[in-house]
Design a protein around this ligand. Structure first.
Ligand SMILES: *[C@@H]1O[C@H](CO)[C@@H](O)[C@H](O)[C@H]1NC(C)=O
Ligand SMILES: *[C@@H]1O[C@H](CO)[C@@H](O)[C@H](O)[C@H]1NC(C)=O
Length: 524
Protein backbone atom coordinates (compact mmCIF):
# COMPACT_ATOMS: atom_id res chain seq x y z
CA UNK A 1 0.00 0.00 0.00
CA UNK A 2 1.36 3.40 -0.86
CA UNK A 3 0.54 6.87 -2.04
CA UNK A 4 -0.16 7.49 -5.69
CA UNK A 5 2.55 9.28 -7.58
CA UNK A 6 0.60 12.44 -8.27
CA UNK A 7 -1.48 13.87 -5.45
CA UNK A 8 -4.39 16.23 -5.96
CA UNK A 9 -2.45 19.17 -7.37
CA UNK A 10 -3.71 22.34 -8.95
CA UNK A 11 -3.76 21.77 -12.72
CA UNK A 12 -1.01 24.29 -13.48
CA UNK A 13 1.42 22.74 -11.03
CA UNK A 14 0.51 19.31 -12.35
CA UNK A 15 1.22 20.46 -15.87
CA UNK A 16 4.63 21.81 -14.85
CA UNK A 17 5.42 18.55 -13.10
CA UNK A 18 4.44 16.51 -16.11
CA UNK A 19 6.58 18.66 -18.34
CA UNK A 20 9.48 17.95 -16.04
CA UNK A 21 11.26 20.26 -13.66
CA UNK A 22 14.17 21.04 -15.98
CA UNK A 23 11.76 23.32 -17.82
CA UNK A 24 11.52 25.39 -14.70
CA UNK A 25 15.22 26.15 -14.82
CA UNK A 26 15.08 27.12 -18.45
CA UNK A 27 16.24 24.18 -20.52
CA UNK A 28 18.75 25.01 -23.22
CA UNK A 29 20.15 27.96 -21.32
CA UNK A 30 23.21 28.00 -19.16
CA UNK A 31 22.35 26.47 -15.81
CA UNK A 32 22.30 29.11 -13.14
CA UNK A 33 24.00 26.86 -10.62
CA UNK A 34 27.06 24.71 -11.02
CA UNK A 35 26.03 21.04 -11.10
CA UNK A 36 26.80 20.00 -7.51
CA UNK A 37 28.51 16.81 -8.59
CA UNK A 38 30.86 16.41 -5.71
CA UNK A 39 28.34 17.43 -3.09
CA UNK A 40 28.41 14.96 -0.21
CA UNK A 41 25.04 13.91 1.06
CA UNK A 42 23.64 15.44 4.20
CA UNK A 43 22.15 13.32 6.93
CA UNK A 44 18.79 13.58 8.65
CA UNK A 45 18.08 11.47 11.75
CA UNK A 46 20.73 8.97 10.72
CA UNK A 47 19.38 8.69 7.15
CA UNK A 48 21.38 9.90 4.15
CA UNK A 49 19.56 12.47 2.04
CA UNK A 50 20.29 11.72 -1.60
CA UNK A 51 19.51 13.30 -4.93
CA UNK A 52 20.28 12.63 -8.54
CA UNK A 53 23.67 14.30 -8.09
CA UNK A 54 25.03 12.17 -5.31
CA UNK A 55 23.20 8.84 -5.58
CA UNK A 56 25.98 7.46 -7.78
CA UNK A 57 28.65 8.41 -5.31
CA UNK A 58 26.65 6.97 -2.39
CA UNK A 59 26.37 3.68 -4.27
CA UNK A 60 30.15 3.61 -4.66
CA UNK A 61 30.71 4.34 -0.99
CA UNK A 62 28.11 2.07 0.60
CA UNK A 63 28.17 -1.60 -0.34
CA UNK A 64 24.70 -2.14 1.13
CA UNK A 65 22.31 0.76 0.71
CA UNK A 66 18.56 0.87 1.29
CA UNK A 67 16.97 3.82 -0.49
CA UNK A 68 13.48 5.11 0.21
CA UNK A 69 11.88 7.02 -2.65
CA UNK A 70 9.35 9.31 -0.98
CA UNK A 71 7.29 12.43 -1.47
CA UNK A 72 6.98 15.06 1.26
CA UNK A 73 3.15 15.07 1.13
CA UNK A 74 2.71 11.28 1.17
CA UNK A 75 1.10 10.15 4.43
CA UNK A 76 2.47 6.57 4.23
CA UNK A 77 5.96 8.11 3.92
CA UNK A 78 5.36 10.35 6.93
CA UNK A 79 4.26 7.32 8.95
CA UNK A 80 7.36 5.41 7.86
CA UNK A 81 9.86 8.22 8.62
CA UNK A 82 10.30 7.71 12.41
CA UNK A 83 10.49 3.91 11.99
CA UNK A 84 13.03 4.28 9.21
CA UNK A 85 15.25 6.50 11.37
CA UNK A 86 14.89 4.13 14.30
CA UNK A 87 15.94 1.21 12.10
CA UNK A 88 19.00 3.22 11.01
CA UNK A 89 19.86 3.84 14.68
CA UNK A 90 19.42 0.16 15.61
CA UNK A 91 21.75 -0.93 12.82
CA UNK A 92 24.30 1.80 13.55
CA UNK A 93 24.42 0.68 17.19
CA UNK A 94 25.32 -2.84 16.00
CA UNK A 95 27.84 -1.45 13.48
CA UNK A 96 25.96 -3.31 10.78
CA UNK A 97 27.48 -2.73 7.35
CA UNK A 98 24.37 -1.19 5.86
CA UNK A 99 23.23 2.39 5.23
CA UNK A 100 19.73 3.83 5.01
CA UNK A 101 19.02 6.68 2.62
CA UNK A 102 16.12 8.58 1.15
CA UNK A 103 15.38 10.47 -2.04
CA UNK A 104 12.60 13.02 -2.44
CA UNK A 105 11.42 11.37 -5.64
CA UNK A 106 8.74 13.99 -6.25
CA UNK A 107 11.63 16.40 -6.96
CA UNK A 108 13.66 13.90 -9.00
CA UNK A 109 11.79 12.94 -12.16
CA UNK A 110 14.86 11.30 -13.68
CA UNK A 111 15.41 9.01 -10.71
CA UNK A 112 11.68 8.24 -10.60
CA UNK A 113 11.90 7.11 -14.18
CA UNK A 114 15.22 5.29 -13.84
CA UNK A 115 13.97 3.19 -10.92
CA UNK A 116 10.40 2.76 -12.14
CA UNK A 117 8.89 4.34 -9.04
CA UNK A 118 5.10 4.22 -9.38
CA UNK A 119 4.04 4.85 -5.80
CA UNK A 120 5.38 6.32 -2.59
CA UNK A 121 7.12 5.11 -0.60
CA UNK A 122 9.12 2.69 -2.76
CA UNK A 123 12.19 1.13 -1.15
CA UNK A 124 15.03 -0.51 -2.99
CA UNK A 125 18.07 -2.29 -1.67
CA UNK A 126 21.33 -1.76 -3.56
CA UNK A 127 24.36 -4.02 -3.17
CA UNK A 128 27.94 -3.57 -4.26
CA UNK A 129 27.18 -0.36 -6.11
CA UNK A 130 24.98 -2.22 -8.60
CA UNK A 131 22.66 0.51 -9.81
CA UNK A 132 20.75 -1.54 -12.36
CA UNK A 133 19.55 -4.49 -10.24
CA UNK A 134 18.38 -3.37 -6.81
CA UNK A 135 16.22 -5.72 -4.74
CA UNK A 136 12.68 -4.53 -4.11
CA UNK A 137 12.06 -4.04 -0.38
CA UNK A 138 9.01 -6.07 0.60
CA UNK A 139 9.56 -6.22 4.37
CA UNK A 140 7.69 -4.73 7.29
CA UNK A 141 7.25 -1.00 7.82
CA UNK A 142 8.36 -0.83 11.45
CA UNK A 143 11.86 -0.28 12.82
CA UNK A 144 12.73 -3.75 14.15
CA UNK A 145 11.30 -5.41 11.03
CA UNK A 146 13.26 -3.15 8.68
CA UNK A 147 16.44 -3.75 10.67
CA UNK A 148 15.91 -7.53 10.68
CA UNK A 149 15.19 -7.60 6.93
CA UNK A 150 18.53 -5.85 6.36
CA UNK A 151 20.46 -7.96 8.89
CA UNK A 152 19.37 -11.06 7.01
CA UNK A 153 20.85 -9.63 3.84
CA UNK A 154 24.12 -8.15 4.98
CA UNK A 155 24.73 -10.98 7.43
CA UNK A 156 23.76 -14.64 7.25
CA UNK A 157 20.02 -15.39 7.25
CA UNK A 158 20.72 -18.68 9.05
CA UNK A 159 23.33 -19.21 11.74
CA UNK A 160 25.99 -21.77 10.82
CA UNK A 161 26.08 -24.50 13.47
CA UNK A 162 29.19 -26.64 13.94
CA UNK A 163 28.54 -28.53 17.13
CA UNK A 164 25.86 -29.66 19.53
CA UNK A 165 26.52 -26.83 21.95
CA UNK A 166 25.83 -24.11 19.40
CA UNK A 167 22.75 -25.98 18.13
CA UNK A 168 21.34 -26.36 21.66
CA UNK A 169 22.01 -22.69 22.41
CA UNK A 170 20.10 -21.61 19.31
CA UNK A 171 17.18 -23.97 19.98
CA UNK A 172 16.94 -22.80 23.59
CA UNK A 173 16.98 -19.12 22.71
CA UNK A 174 13.57 -18.99 20.98
CA UNK A 175 10.15 -20.62 21.10
CA UNK A 176 10.50 -21.72 17.49
CA UNK A 177 13.79 -22.40 15.71
CA UNK A 178 14.26 -23.88 12.24
CA UNK A 179 17.45 -25.75 11.40
CA UNK A 180 18.40 -26.93 7.94
CA UNK A 181 20.46 -30.14 7.95
CA UNK A 182 22.21 -30.45 4.58
CA UNK A 183 25.01 -32.84 3.72
CA UNK A 184 26.39 -30.48 1.07
CA UNK A 185 26.19 -26.74 1.73
CA UNK A 186 26.87 -26.03 -1.96
CA UNK A 187 23.57 -27.74 -2.86
CA UNK A 188 20.85 -25.72 -4.58
CA UNK A 189 18.45 -26.68 -1.79
CA UNK A 190 20.58 -24.69 0.64
CA UNK A 191 20.13 -21.57 -1.50
CA UNK A 192 16.36 -22.15 -1.42
CA UNK A 193 16.46 -22.57 2.35
CA UNK A 194 18.46 -19.36 2.81
CA UNK A 195 16.13 -17.46 0.47
CA UNK A 196 13.20 -18.44 2.64
CA UNK A 197 15.11 -17.53 5.80
CA UNK A 198 15.83 -14.07 4.42
CA UNK A 199 12.12 -13.25 4.34
CA UNK A 200 10.61 -15.32 7.18
CA UNK A 201 11.54 -12.65 9.70
CA UNK A 202 9.44 -14.03 12.55
CA UNK A 203 11.43 -17.27 12.67
CA UNK A 204 15.05 -17.91 13.65
CA UNK A 205 17.13 -20.12 11.34
CA UNK A 206 20.20 -22.29 11.70
CA UNK A 207 22.13 -24.34 9.16
CA UNK A 208 24.54 -27.26 9.45
CA UNK A 209 26.37 -29.91 7.47
CA UNK A 210 27.98 -31.50 10.52
CA UNK A 211 27.70 -35.34 10.49
CA UNK A 212 27.87 -35.21 14.27
CA UNK A 213 24.71 -33.05 14.37
CA UNK A 214 22.89 -35.27 11.85
CA UNK A 215 23.56 -38.14 14.20
CA UNK A 216 22.63 -36.26 17.37
CA UNK A 217 19.23 -35.38 15.93
CA UNK A 218 18.65 -38.82 14.45
CA UNK A 219 18.86 -37.79 10.80
CA UNK A 220 20.36 -39.58 7.82
CA UNK A 221 18.97 -37.47 4.96
CA UNK A 222 18.75 -33.73 4.26
CA UNK A 223 15.95 -32.42 6.47
CA UNK A 224 14.57 -29.11 7.70
CA UNK A 225 13.62 -29.46 11.36
CA UNK A 226 11.35 -27.10 13.26
CA UNK A 227 12.04 -27.13 17.01
CA UNK A 228 9.40 -25.64 19.30
CA UNK A 229 8.96 -25.28 23.02
CA UNK A 230 5.31 -26.40 22.91
CA UNK A 231 3.01 -29.09 21.54
CA UNK A 232 4.93 -31.81 19.64
CA UNK A 233 8.30 -30.16 20.33
CA UNK A 234 9.65 -30.95 16.88
CA UNK A 235 8.47 -31.38 13.28
CA UNK A 236 10.57 -32.70 10.40
CA UNK A 237 10.40 -31.72 6.75
CA UNK A 238 12.49 -34.22 4.76
CA UNK A 239 13.97 -32.78 1.57
CA UNK A 240 12.79 -34.68 -1.48
CA UNK A 241 16.06 -35.91 -3.01
CA UNK A 242 14.57 -36.16 -6.50
CA UNK A 243 12.50 -32.99 -6.66
CA UNK A 244 14.60 -30.85 -4.34
CA UNK A 245 13.38 -28.40 -1.76
CA UNK A 246 10.18 -26.59 -2.75
CA UNK A 247 10.04 -23.11 -1.28
CA UNK A 248 6.22 -22.95 -1.24
CA UNK A 249 5.86 -26.36 0.43
CA UNK A 250 8.50 -25.57 3.05
CA UNK A 251 6.94 -22.18 3.73
CA UNK A 252 3.48 -23.75 4.30
CA UNK A 253 5.03 -26.42 6.52
CA UNK A 254 6.73 -23.81 8.70
CA UNK A 255 3.59 -21.67 9.05
CA UNK A 256 1.47 -24.70 9.93
CA UNK A 257 3.89 -26.18 12.43
CA UNK A 258 4.99 -22.96 14.13
CA UNK A 259 1.41 -22.33 15.26
CA UNK A 260 0.13 -23.72 18.51
CA UNK A 261 -2.28 -26.64 18.14
CA UNK A 262 -4.88 -24.52 19.89
CA UNK A 263 -4.86 -20.76 19.34
CA UNK A 264 -6.76 -18.23 21.42
CA UNK A 265 -8.58 -15.79 19.20
CA UNK A 266 -7.64 -12.15 19.84
CA UNK A 267 -6.36 -9.12 17.97
CA UNK A 268 -2.74 -10.35 18.10
CA UNK A 269 -3.47 -13.87 16.90
CA UNK A 270 -6.18 -13.18 14.34
CA UNK A 271 -3.79 -12.04 11.54
CA UNK A 272 -1.83 -15.29 12.04
CA UNK A 273 -5.00 -17.36 12.08
CA UNK A 274 -5.99 -15.98 8.70
CA UNK A 275 -2.43 -16.06 7.30
CA UNK A 276 -2.09 -19.75 8.24
CA UNK A 277 -4.00 -20.65 5.05
CA UNK A 278 -5.51 -23.70 6.72
CA UNK A 279 -8.73 -24.59 4.96
CA UNK A 280 -10.91 -25.40 7.97
CA UNK A 281 -11.17 -23.63 11.28
CA UNK A 282 -12.80 -25.28 14.28
CA UNK A 283 -13.93 -22.78 16.88
CA UNK A 284 -14.69 -23.57 20.49
CA UNK A 285 -16.81 -20.79 21.99
CA UNK A 286 -16.43 -20.60 25.77
CA UNK A 287 -16.96 -18.08 28.54
CA UNK A 288 -13.46 -17.98 30.04
CA UNK A 289 -14.75 -16.64 33.35
CA UNK A 290 -16.45 -19.99 33.99
CA UNK A 291 -14.31 -22.85 35.32
CA UNK A 292 -16.60 -25.44 33.74
CA UNK A 293 -15.96 -23.84 30.33
CA UNK A 294 -12.19 -23.56 30.83
CA UNK A 295 -12.05 -27.27 31.55
CA UNK A 296 -13.33 -28.05 28.05
CA UNK A 297 -10.02 -26.87 26.58
CA UNK A 298 -8.26 -30.07 27.58
CA UNK A 299 -10.49 -32.33 25.50
CA UNK A 300 -10.45 -29.85 22.63
CA UNK A 301 -6.63 -29.75 22.63
CA UNK A 302 -6.45 -33.52 22.91
CA UNK A 303 -8.40 -33.88 19.68
CA UNK A 304 -6.20 -31.43 17.74
CA UNK A 305 -2.94 -33.24 16.79
CA UNK A 306 -4.23 -35.51 13.99
CA UNK A 307 -5.86 -32.49 12.33
CA UNK A 308 -2.73 -30.31 12.21
CA UNK A 309 -2.55 -28.61 8.82
CA UNK A 310 -6.14 -29.60 7.96
CA UNK A 311 -8.18 -28.01 10.75
CA UNK A 312 -7.00 -25.07 12.83
CA UNK A 313 -8.29 -25.27 16.40
CA UNK A 314 -9.27 -21.89 17.82
CA UNK A 315 -10.78 -20.89 21.17
CA UNK A 316 -13.08 -17.85 21.20
CA UNK A 317 -13.81 -16.29 24.58
CA UNK A 318 -17.37 -14.96 24.50
CA UNK A 319 -16.68 -12.91 27.63
CA UNK A 320 -13.96 -10.95 25.74
CA UNK A 321 -14.40 -8.46 22.94
CA UNK A 322 -15.37 -11.05 20.30
CA UNK A 323 -18.92 -9.96 19.47
CA UNK A 324 -18.12 -9.73 15.76
CA UNK A 325 -17.10 -13.41 15.68
CA UNK A 326 -20.30 -14.44 17.45
CA UNK A 327 -22.33 -12.36 15.01
CA UNK A 328 -20.56 -13.89 12.03
CA UNK A 329 -21.64 -17.33 13.21
CA UNK A 330 -25.12 -16.17 14.22
CA UNK A 331 -24.39 -17.06 17.84
CA UNK A 332 -25.31 -15.46 21.14
CA UNK A 333 -22.92 -15.49 24.11
CA UNK A 334 -25.25 -17.64 26.19
CA UNK A 335 -25.05 -20.43 23.59
CA UNK A 336 -21.47 -21.14 24.76
CA UNK A 337 -19.97 -23.66 25.18
CA UNK A 338 -20.40 -24.75 21.60
CA UNK A 339 -18.42 -25.63 18.47
CA UNK A 340 -18.52 -24.33 14.92
CA UNK A 341 -16.47 -25.48 11.94
CA UNK A 342 -16.03 -23.15 8.98
CA UNK A 343 -14.49 -23.82 5.59
CA UNK A 344 -12.49 -20.66 4.81
CA UNK A 345 -12.85 -21.08 1.05
CA UNK A 346 -16.60 -21.61 0.80
CA UNK A 347 -17.54 -19.87 4.09
CA UNK A 348 -19.81 -22.84 4.81
CA UNK A 349 -20.45 -23.14 8.53
CA UNK A 350 -21.25 -26.31 10.41
CA UNK A 351 -22.68 -26.89 13.89
CA UNK A 352 -22.65 -30.09 15.94
CA UNK A 353 -25.89 -31.72 17.09
CA UNK A 354 -27.50 -29.69 19.87
CA UNK A 355 -26.79 -30.83 23.43
CA UNK A 356 -23.72 -32.89 22.53
CA UNK A 357 -21.12 -32.68 25.35
CA UNK A 358 -17.71 -31.34 24.29
CA UNK A 359 -15.09 -34.05 24.79
CA UNK A 360 -12.00 -35.16 22.85
CA UNK A 361 -14.10 -37.93 21.29
CA UNK A 362 -17.02 -35.71 20.28
CA UNK A 363 -14.70 -33.04 18.85
CA UNK A 364 -12.86 -35.67 16.80
CA UNK A 365 -16.12 -37.19 15.57
CA UNK A 366 -17.52 -33.78 14.61
CA UNK A 367 -14.38 -32.84 12.62
CA UNK A 368 -14.31 -36.20 10.84
CA UNK A 369 -18.00 -35.94 9.98
CA UNK A 370 -17.65 -32.43 8.53
CA UNK A 371 -14.50 -33.32 6.57
CA UNK A 372 -16.30 -36.35 5.13
CA UNK A 373 -19.26 -34.21 4.06
CA UNK A 374 -21.64 -35.85 6.50
CA UNK A 375 -22.81 -32.63 8.18
CA UNK A 376 -25.05 -30.21 6.31
CA UNK A 377 -23.86 -26.59 6.53
CA UNK A 378 -26.23 -24.22 8.26
CA UNK A 379 -27.38 -20.84 7.00
CA UNK A 380 -27.67 -17.77 9.19
CA UNK A 381 -31.13 -16.38 9.76
CA UNK A 382 -32.64 -13.90 12.14
CA UNK A 383 -36.03 -14.77 13.60
CA UNK A 384 -39.01 -13.57 11.56
CA UNK A 385 -40.10 -10.31 13.24
CA UNK A 386 -43.76 -10.30 14.35
CA UNK A 387 -44.37 -7.15 12.32
CA UNK A 388 -42.45 -8.27 9.23
CA UNK A 389 -45.38 -7.44 6.88
CA UNK A 390 -46.83 -4.47 8.72
CA UNK A 391 -44.78 -1.68 7.13
CA UNK A 392 -44.79 -0.76 3.40
CA UNK A 393 -41.27 -2.27 3.05
CA UNK A 394 -41.60 -5.91 4.16
CA UNK A 395 -38.84 -7.40 6.32
CA UNK A 396 -37.33 -10.62 4.98
CA UNK A 397 -34.99 -12.93 6.89
CA UNK A 398 -33.54 -16.32 5.98
CA UNK A 399 -36.52 -18.09 7.46
CA UNK A 400 -39.33 -16.38 5.47
CA UNK A 401 -37.39 -15.60 2.29
CA UNK A 402 -38.40 -18.65 0.19
CA UNK A 403 -42.05 -18.43 1.09
CA UNK A 404 -42.32 -14.71 0.22
CA UNK A 405 -40.17 -14.31 -2.90
CA UNK A 406 -41.32 -17.51 -4.63
CA UNK A 407 -45.01 -16.80 -4.09
CA UNK A 408 -46.32 -17.32 -7.63
CA UNK A 409 -49.03 -14.69 -7.21
CA UNK A 410 -46.60 -11.89 -6.46
CA UNK A 411 -43.67 -10.08 -7.96
CA UNK A 412 -41.18 -9.29 -5.24
CA UNK A 413 -38.48 -6.61 -5.41
CA UNK A 414 -35.84 -7.12 -2.71
CA UNK A 415 -33.09 -4.83 -1.42
CA UNK A 416 -30.20 -6.84 0.07
CA UNK A 417 -28.34 -4.48 2.39
CA UNK A 418 -25.78 -4.26 5.17
CA UNK A 419 -26.50 -2.12 8.23
CA UNK A 420 -23.18 -0.26 7.86
CA UNK A 421 -23.38 0.39 4.10
CA UNK A 422 -23.63 4.08 3.20
CA UNK A 423 -25.01 3.55 -0.33
CA UNK A 424 -27.80 1.50 1.27
CA UNK A 425 -28.63 4.34 3.64
CA UNK A 426 -28.65 6.81 0.76
CA UNK A 427 -31.23 4.83 -1.19
CA UNK A 428 -33.43 4.00 1.83
CA UNK A 429 -35.85 6.96 1.38
CA UNK A 430 -36.41 6.05 -2.29
CA UNK A 431 -37.13 2.44 -1.30
CA UNK A 432 -39.65 3.56 1.34
CA UNK A 433 -41.32 5.88 -1.17
CA UNK A 434 -41.51 3.08 -3.73
CA UNK A 435 -43.14 0.76 -1.19
CA UNK A 436 -45.58 3.51 -0.25
CA UNK A 437 -46.47 3.99 -3.93
CA UNK A 438 -47.22 0.29 -4.47
CA UNK A 439 -48.69 -0.49 -1.04
CA UNK A 440 -52.20 -1.14 -2.43
CA UNK A 441 -50.95 -3.49 -5.15
CA UNK A 442 -51.71 -7.05 -4.03
CA UNK A 443 -49.38 -8.44 -6.70
CA UNK A 444 -46.25 -6.42 -5.85
CA UNK A 445 -44.11 -6.70 -2.73
CA UNK A 446 -41.25 -4.31 -1.90
CA UNK A 447 -38.96 -5.91 0.65
CA UNK A 448 -35.51 -5.78 2.25
CA UNK A 449 -33.14 -8.29 3.81
CA UNK A 450 -30.08 -7.69 6.01
CA UNK A 451 -27.63 -9.89 4.12
CA UNK A 452 -25.05 -9.75 6.92
CA UNK A 453 -27.35 -11.70 9.26
CA UNK A 454 -29.24 -13.88 6.80
CA UNK A 455 -27.75 -16.35 4.34
CA UNK A 456 -29.67 -17.92 1.47
CA UNK A 457 -29.23 -21.22 -0.28
CA UNK A 458 -27.78 -20.64 -3.73
CA UNK A 459 -27.87 -16.85 -3.58
CA UNK A 460 -24.72 -15.05 -2.51
CA UNK A 461 -24.65 -11.28 -2.48
CA UNK A 462 -21.25 -9.76 -3.34
CA UNK A 463 -21.91 -6.04 -2.83
CA UNK A 464 -24.34 -3.73 -1.09
CA UNK A 465 -26.94 -2.82 -1.95
CA UNK A 466 -27.96 -5.57 -4.35
CA UNK A 467 -31.45 -5.25 -5.81
CA UNK A 468 -33.19 -8.36 -7.09
CA UNK A 469 -36.56 -8.80 -8.75
CA UNK A 470 -38.42 -12.10 -8.43
CA UNK A 471 -41.29 -12.03 -10.96
CA UNK A 472 -44.65 -13.67 -10.24
CA UNK A 473 -45.45 -16.97 -11.90
CA UNK A 474 -43.91 -20.42 -11.88
CA UNK A 475 -40.17 -21.07 -12.00
CA UNK A 476 -37.62 -19.44 -9.78
CA UNK A 477 -36.71 -16.47 -11.92
CA UNK A 478 -34.52 -13.74 -10.57
CA UNK A 479 -33.46 -10.51 -12.29
CA UNK A 480 -30.84 -8.14 -10.92
CA UNK A 481 -31.70 -4.44 -11.11
CA UNK A 482 -28.63 -2.37 -11.97
CA UNK A 483 -29.96 1.05 -12.91
CA UNK A 484 -30.58 4.35 -11.12
CA UNK A 485 -31.78 4.13 -7.56
CA UNK A 486 -34.73 6.51 -7.71
CA UNK A 487 -38.49 5.99 -7.45
CA UNK A 488 -39.14 6.95 -11.06
CA UNK A 489 -36.73 4.42 -12.54
CA UNK A 490 -37.75 1.73 -10.06
CA UNK A 491 -41.42 2.28 -11.03
CA UNK A 492 -40.69 2.04 -14.75
CA UNK A 493 -38.89 -1.22 -14.12
CA UNK A 494 -41.78 -2.64 -12.06
CA UNK A 495 -44.53 -1.43 -14.40
CA UNK A 496 -42.68 -2.93 -17.34
CA UNK A 497 -42.51 -6.36 -15.70
CA UNK A 498 -38.89 -6.45 -14.61
CA UNK A 499 -37.04 -4.61 -17.33
CA UNK A 500 -36.57 -0.99 -18.23
CA UNK A 501 -38.52 0.13 -21.32
CA UNK A 502 -36.29 1.22 -24.21
CA UNK A 503 -35.70 4.97 -24.35
CA UNK A 504 -37.87 6.81 -26.86
CA UNK A 505 -35.42 8.30 -29.32
CA UNK A 506 -37.90 10.91 -30.62
CA UNK A 507 -38.13 12.73 -27.33
CA UNK A 508 -34.68 13.93 -26.36
CA UNK A 509 -34.54 14.35 -22.67
CA UNK A 510 -32.22 16.57 -20.65
CA UNK A 511 -31.71 13.65 -18.28
CA UNK A 512 -29.18 10.95 -19.16
CA UNK A 513 -30.78 7.66 -20.14
CA UNK A 514 -31.93 5.72 -17.10
CA UNK A 515 -29.48 2.91 -17.53
CA UNK A 516 -26.49 5.04 -18.44
CA UNK A 517 -24.89 4.88 -15.04
CA UNK A 518 -23.97 1.93 -12.91
CA UNK A 519 -24.59 2.94 -9.35
CA UNK A 520 -21.83 2.24 -6.85
CA UNK A 521 -21.90 -0.65 -4.40
CA UNK A 522 -19.87 -1.39 -1.34
CA UNK A 523 -17.89 -4.59 -1.19
CA UNK A 524 -18.69 -7.22 1.36
C1 LIG B 1 24.20 -6.07 -11.37
O1 LIG B 1 23.55 -7.28 -11.03
C2 LIG B 1 23.09 -8.02 -12.14
C3 LIG B 1 22.30 -9.20 -11.63
O2 LIG B 1 22.97 -9.87 -10.63
C4 LIG B 1 24.24 -8.41 -13.02
O3 LIG B 1 23.77 -9.13 -14.14
C5 LIG B 1 24.98 -7.17 -13.46
O4 LIG B 1 26.11 -7.50 -14.21
C6 LIG B 1 25.39 -6.33 -12.26
N1 LIG B 1 25.97 -5.07 -12.70
C7 LIG B 1 27.11 -4.61 -12.23
C8 LIG B 1 27.55 -3.29 -12.75
O5 LIG B 1 27.76 -5.21 -11.40
C1 LIG C 1 -19.66 -15.11 31.40
O1 LIG C 1 -19.92 -15.67 32.65
C2 LIG C 1 -20.07 -14.73 33.70
C3 LIG C 1 -20.19 -15.52 34.98
O2 LIG C 1 -21.32 -16.35 34.95
C4 LIG C 1 -21.27 -13.86 33.44
O3 LIG C 1 -21.41 -12.90 34.45
C5 LIG C 1 -21.07 -13.15 32.09
O4 LIG C 1 -22.24 -12.41 31.77
C6 LIG C 1 -20.79 -14.18 31.00
N1 LIG C 1 -20.46 -13.46 29.80
C7 LIG C 1 -21.20 -13.51 28.71
C8 LIG C 1 -20.77 -12.64 27.59
O5 LIG C 1 -22.17 -14.23 28.61
Amino acid sequence: MGCQLLPMLPPLLLLLLLLGTPGLQGQGQEPVEEPPEAESPSEEDGVLVLSQHNLGRALQEHRALLVEFYAPWCSHCQALAPEYSKAAALLAAESAAVTLAKVDASAEPELTEEFGVTEYPTLKFFRDGNRTHPEEYTGPREAEGIAEWLRRRVGASARRLEDEESARALIDAQDVVVIGFFQDLQDEDVATFLDLARDALDLTFGLTDSPQLFEKFGLTEDTVVLFKKFDEGRADFPVDMQLGLDLGDLSRFLVTHSMHLVTDFNSQTSPKIFAAKILNHLLLFVNETLAAHRELRAGFAEAAPPFRGKVLFVVVDVAADNGHVLQYFGLKADEAPTLRLINMETNKKHAPAAGEPITAASVTAFCEAVLHGQVQPYLLSQEVPLDWDQRPVKTLVGKNFEQVVYDEAKSVFVKFYAPWCSHCKEMAPAWEALAEKYRDREDIVIAELDATSNELEGLTVHGFPTLMYFPAGPGRKMIEYKSNRDVETFSKFLDNGGELPPEEPAAPSPEPPANATVEPKEEL
